[in-house]
Design a protein around this ligand. Structure first.
Ligand code: ASP
Ligand code: MG
Length: 426
């Protein structure tokens, strides 16, 4: 048995759904299809949720969302819509008619999960209409059981394994279709696993059902060694080890969801990232064999970073207690530090820039330190760096910090045309 995961871009319109169906029809093995919400539906639902929660009008957003799905349905079913899709939006509309509770994360999961329910109901109805395959729809909320940590729930593996093995038996069906990203608690509340979590769902099911492989279908040829929108001559990576894939996601590569690797690595299940537009081409293979080590440079860019440098108010060295004070503050604000740099009298950190958090940090630090900072910087990580690869980056940018280990170079930089990168003081 194999797992196919189709992301939002690979089911974003009727033509893509038809392509997906062809891929499944051409597959010999039994399949579990894990689907995301169509296109940018999750973002749309997040906007609707915010408006609903803030008691503002969300009619326009809701209409756009429904029209978008209706358009796909109309194209797939030639305007003869199957009965079971008539009430597709009923539960969402009913929920939105009530007042939200005070628990934002709980409401988040209730609303945002509709994206995956819509996509899988539509695709499953389409399969059934074609009648070429015996496809069963599964509500994954009864299989992937999680704790109540709404919007970032943790999976309870033992229960999930039991329910998955009871559900995916492949007797009366050769193909199952189910939702990525969402789960359920033991008392039937809906949960989600964190944004972009459908890859993780595919990996969980692969693990508990002992799948032979996982294929993640995307609209790119595979995992690239840089974002092609940033570096037009980016190349496809042929093979990667599990460990390397984890490293790349750690540095911010949008390869696959970071939690995806552990469940498949544990069972040595290979994962392919392939293009649904050219299913015959090979894609990228992530597996455990060291022969699959990728040795050329991989470029990962985290944009919109902030550098904060502190110096004690009294002249002197940065001490252990200064550093622990700094990190206590950062931990309290739940900020992740991407890079640190220390000199005798200063300590510098690089974090994601978010206005409110930046102001809070700088405000608090000023009680204890002289603070300077840069915003609008990028953190570029080059895995398997070479001198040439570093020069390539430094040619386009003004370097503020550069750090190297044996395998990885990290450069905090600012675009050459940007304003004076000298540190600001507020
Ligand atoms: N639809 C969800 C999201 O966009 C999950 C996923 O796509 O993996 O975050
Ligand atoms: Mg998505």
């Amino acid at each position: 048995m194999i797992i196919y995961k189709f992301g939002g871009a690979s089911i974003k319109d009727a033509a893509s759904v038809k392509k997906m169906v062809q891929i499944v029809q051409a597959t010999q093995e039994p399949v579990i299809i894990v689907a995301s919400a169509m296109g940018k539906t999750t973002n749309k639902l997040e906007s609707i949720l915010k408006l609903w929660f803030d008691k503002q009008n969300f009619d326009d957003e809701l209409k756009t969302l429904i029209d978008y799905h209706q358009q796909i349905i109309a194209e797939l079913f030639d305007n003869t819509i199957p009965g079971n899709l008539n009430s597709l939006y009923g539960d969402l509309l009913d929920t939105l008619r009530t007042a939200p509770s005070l628990d934002y994360n709980y409401e988040y999961d209730r609303i945002v999960s509709f994206g995956e329910l819509f996509s899988t109901k539509i695709i499953s109805a389409y399969f059934n209409r074609l009648k070429s395959l015996n496809v069963r729809f599964i509500d994954i909320r009864k299989v992937i059981i999680t704790d109540r940590n709404f919007s970032n729930a943790s999976v309870m593996y033992d229960l999930t394994k039991r329910f998955a093995l009871e559900t995916f038996v492949f007797k009366e069906a050769s193909v199952y279709i189910t939702q990525g990203f969402i789960g359920g608690t033991t008392n039937n509340q809906t949960t989600t696993l964190g944004r972009e979590g459908s890859d993780y769902t595919a990996a969980i099911l692969a693990n508990v059902c002992n799948a032979q492989k996982v294929v993640v279908w995307k609209d790119v040829p595979g995992i690239m060694n840089a974002d092609p929108a940033w570096m037009p001559d980016a190349q496809k990576i042929e093979t990667l080890t599990y460990d390397e894939a984890v490293e790349l996601t750690y540095y911010g590569a949008k390869v696959i969801h970071p939690k995806t690797i552990k469940p498949i690595q544990e069972k040595a299940i290979p994962l392919w990232v392939k293009s649904f537009l050219t299913p015959e081409s090979k894609g990228t293979l992530i597996s455990g064999t060291t022969a699959s080590q990728y040795v050329k440079p991989v470029y990962i860019r985290k944009c919109n970073q902030m550098l904060i440098s502190v110096r004690p108010l009294q002249p002197g060295f940065i001490s252990q207690s200064h550093i622990s004070m700094l990190f206590d503050l950062i931990t309290d604000l739940q900020v992740t530090v991407h890079l640190t740099q220390m000199s005798a009298a200063t300590f510098t950190i690089c974090i994601d820039y978010k206005k409110e958090i930046a102001e809070a940090i700088v405000g608090k630090l000023q009680n204890h330190f002289h603070v300077r900072y840069n915003t609008n910087t990028d953190l570029i990580t080059i895995r398997n760096y070479t001198q040439d690869s570093i020069e390539l980056i430094n040619k386009q940018r003004k370097m503020l910090i550069e750090q190297k280990t044996r395998k990885t170079a990290q450069i905090v930089s600012i675009k050459n045309e940007d304003t004076d990168p000298a540190m600001e003081k507020i």
